[in-house]
Every structure is written in C-alpha cells, then in structure tokens.
Design a binder for this molecule. Structure first.
Ligand SMILES: Nc1ncnc2c1ncn2[C@@H]1O[C@H](COP(=O)(O)OP(=O)(O)O)[C@@H](O)[C@H]1O
Ligand SMILES: [Mg+2]
Length: 371
C-alpha cells in the first residue's frame, strides 16, 4: 500500500505510471506500436483516439489482462511486467457494466474486499462509505437489473474504488449512456478524482469528454500516441492535421507559401496574403516559396468583417442553429466551404454575401489535410 500524504486538505494517493517503448502484436496486427508515456501521481490522463487506435489494448496491458509483446510498465517505480491483475492493486471500469447479476449492489461492491480477506465489519463500513461516494446510499440491497444504466455504472465505479487503489482505469465507461446522463456522470467522476486524488487513465473516443475531464490528453492513432498535452494547448496548437481535425472542429483551406522571413510566413490563401507566425508552421521541413500547404482554422476563429483586401469573400450556404451559437457554412469563390461559428443570435441569412477575416496568429499550417 502506498503512503498517502495530504496537501491542502486533499489526499494524494495516486501512483505514477511509466510506460516505456510498449508494443502489442496479435499475429500480424500491431495494436500498440511503441508507446512511451509518463503519467503523474494523481493525474487525470485520457487516451483519446478513433476506434481501433489501440486504446483498449494499452489499458488492458496497464491492468494486466493483456501481456505486452515488448516494453515495460512501472507503477510507483515497481515493474508490473510479471504482476498478475489482481496483485496490481489497480481499479478497472469497463464500458459494459460487468456487474455480477446475481449479487446485490452491496455484494458487488464488497467483492474486491472479500477477495482481499477483509473482516466483515470493515467490509460493511467501506461499502457504506463507497455507496455514499457514488450517491447510491439507499440502493445497496437491489440487484443490478433493478438499476438504470447510469446507476449500474456508478456501482461499477464504486466496486473499482472500494479497495482504495492508487490507479483507476476506465474504458469508455459512459459510452452506453445518453448525453445528459453522460454529462452528469462526467461531473461525478471529476469530483471523485478530486476528492480521492487517485491517478485515472480514462479511455474515450469522445473529444468533448476528454477536453472536459482531463488534466492531459494523449491522442492516439494507429497504435501510437501522436501528441500529449493539456486540453487547451492541444486544442490551440495541434501538431498534425489529424489532431486538429479529431480534437474539435476545423476547416482546411489550401494555400501556397509566397514569402518567408525569420519569424513569419506569408501564405497566399484564396488570393489573400496571410501573415502567419513561424511557430504555427507544423509541416515537415522548412517552408519553401511556392510550397503547397493546408491552413487549418477553427470555426470560432473566423470573424465576419465589413470587407477589405484582407478578407475572404463568400456566400452563406447553410445555417445551423445550435442554441448558444450558430454555425454557418460559407462557400468561397473557388468552391471551398468553411464553417463559421458565431455566438449570439442568428444574424446571417442563407444566400447572403459575407466577408471573413482569417486570423494569421490562430491558424495552423500543415502539409496535408486530415481525412
Ligand atoms: N484480441 C485481439 N486479437 C486480434 N486483434 C486485436 C485484438 N484486440 C484488438 N485487436 C486489434 O488491435 C487494434 C486496436 O484495438 P483496440 O485496442 O481495441 O482499439 P480501440 O480501443 O482504440 O478501439 C485493432 O485493429 C483491433 O482489431
Ligand atoms: Mg476500445
């Protein structure tokens, strides 16, 4: 058991995880291809990526249900390679509820404590305390089938944390729930993380969920981590068109490098000469004059302006009202379409001519667009 230390009233009992050059092959399939990652004690780390990117495989190796083909995992400095799942002291929540159907809620939660041979009284008090943590105080005697999906998943969380693990792994735990319930449970999970101070590795393919919950996000694709960062920096500074496109929404506009200087590039986009800081250039190599690039710009970073030589001119083709904002699809003269997100009331009409300002300091430049 790890020593817990208290800072500012918050118990930190999370352990760090260190993943080194980790591979997993299933015959010819390389599910995980060389992952290196350091997860800090008490950190909320999300693994975000499309289906098939290797998230579950990585999590299963952390849990010990899968053996790595090569590479190493350590927890609080201890090599986990030959440690079986039940000896790792790691909690796990799966997407499907995976409760024992014939056991009551309290018996389900007591299960890991019984396995560890705790005394009856101890079990009773820990189960009661954990039921309260997941706000199911009065549900201990029910069977899983008598609970809603969201309640069942709370029981699964309770069962995973009742033995006070330093690390909790969650594989798309809210994937089967509807949006409103998912948002409620996201808040609950965040609160538990804050109150318990454990390390959480959270798998999701839902970028909003990752942005909402995480201290840091590791974006995965094809068995690799392609960028790690806190939500804001990942969103503002994606280093590849894949990340720009997968995390949030973005527009791609073709352009050509027309001038270069030490700190900035001039890009010809739809005949507008756009000055872009060098730091926003993510394509490989040095920018060369005449080089074709793709400019990525977020819908909320395009602004409607009165006109002028620095503006893109287009026609509003579509209007989608989403409540807090409206998304307009604008068709530019050469047929390229961009989405523009404007807060507040609906004030552009379909067919209307608009001028848009491209903010050079907020775009990112790639060599190709993401599919
Ligand atoms: N037991 C297995 N046998 C063979 N291939 C597998 C197995 N588990 C996963 N894979 C393959 O490994 C890749 C990664 O899968 P997975 O880790 O489940 O991705 P994710 O959780 O990101 O959707 C996929 O191509 C998948 O088909
Ligand atoms: Mg998966």
């Amino acid at each position: 058991m790890l020593a817990s230390n208290r800072t500012e009233g918050r118990a930190i009992r999370g352990a760090d995880l260190s993943i080194t050059n980790l591979y997993k092959r299933y015959g010819k399939v390389e599910a995980v291809r060389g992952i290196d990652c350091e997860i800090k004690p008490g950190e909320f780390m999300s693994l975000l990526g499309p289906s098939g990117s290797g998230k579950t495989t990585l999590l299963m190796m952390l849990a010990g249900f899968e053996t790595a083909t090569s590479g190493a995992i350590t927890m609080a400095g201890r090599d986990l390679t030959h440690v079986p799942p039940n000896k790792r002291g790691i909690g796990m929540v799966f997407q499907r509820y995976a409760l024992f159907p014939h056991l009551t809620v309290a018996q389900n939660i007591a299960f890991p404590l019984k396995m560890r041979g705790l005394a009856k009284d101890d079990i009773r008090s820990k189960v009661a305390r954990t039921l309260a943590m997941v706000r199911l105080e009065s549900y201990g005697d029910r069977l899983p089938q008598q609970l809603s999906g969201g309640q069942q998943q709370r029981v699964a969380v309770a069962r995973a944390i009742v033995f006070e693990p330093p690390v909790l792994l969650m594989d798309e735990p809210l994937g089967a729930l509807d949006k409103k319930l998912r948002e409620d449970l996201q808040i609950e999970i965040k609160r538990l993380h804050r109150d318990l101070g454990l390390t959480i590795v959270y798998v999701t393919h839902d970028q909003e969920e990752a942005l909402t919950l995480s201290d840091r996000i590791a974006v995965m694709n094809h068995g690799r981590i392609i960028q790690v960062g806190d939500p804001r920096s990942l969103y503002a500074t994606p280093q590849s068109s894949f990340v720009a496109n997968f995390l949030g929404k973005t527009n791609f506009l073709p352009g050509t490098v027309s001038a270069t200087s030490e700190d900035s590039l001039t890009i010809n986009v739809q005949s507008v000469m756009l000055s872009v800081p060098r730091a926003r250039y993510m394509a490989p190599g040095n920018a060369e004059i005449g080089q074709a690039v793709e400019i990525s710009v977020r819908p909320e970073n395009l602004h409607v302006v009165q006109g002028g030589p620095d503006a893109l001119h287009g026609i509003v083709e579509g209007v989608v009202f989403v409540g807090a904002y409206t998304t307009y699809t604008v068709r530019l003269p050469d047929g390229v379409r961009v989405d523009v997100q404007l807060a507040g009331r609906d004030y552009l009409a379909e067919g209307e001519a608009v001028s848009l300002r491209l903010p050079g300091e907020l775009v990112t430049i790639f060599s190709e667009r993401a599919e």
